[in-house]
Design a protein. Structure first.
Length: 136
């Protein structure tokens, strides 16, 4: 009787561990956080030349959601901030966005690495980023 209980406990524990080990979150639909904005666009708020301005990237969709970046460009023509107009709301792409933003600020270009496990979101981010850089 004890052997049966121990064997069942080990089997169920192993099955539970395997389920957690193999779990990979997938898309929960195409939910995105969206802000209406034309794409790509440039805005300096009517300020004179040499002022901070914003540039919107293209809207890039993938099976995990939609990504659109907005760059804040300093008067020195450097990326001072990366905002997301549209972003995934679930899955691994959510955690990838801050990493991609930090890499963009460091690289000051779209020549950044994709985030492991969030390749589709990373690629969409880079395409939108490049469109914004091209429009600046």
């Amino acid at each position: 009787m004890k052997k049966t209980i121990v064997a069942a406990t080990v089997a169920l524990s192993a099955a539970g561990f395997l389920g957690v080990w193999l779990y990979e979150p997938g898309p929960l639909g195409s939910e995105t956080v969206a802000v209406a904005a034309p794409s790509p666009s440039i805005s300096d708020g009517g300020a004179s030349e040499g002022a901070e301005r914003t540039v919107d990237g293209s809207v890039e969709s993938n099976r995990y959601g939609t990504v659109q970046v907005r760059l804040v460009i300093s008067p020195e023509d450097r990326i001072s901030e990366v905002r997301l107009l549209q972003r995934p709301t679930s899955g691994r792409g959510v955690a990838a966005i801050p990493v991609l933003q930090a890499e963009t600020l460091t690289a000051q270009s779209a020549d950044i690495d994709t985030v492991s496990g969030a390749t589709s979101t990373s690629e969409s981010y880079v395409k939108s980023l490049q469109a914004a850089l091209d429009a600046r």
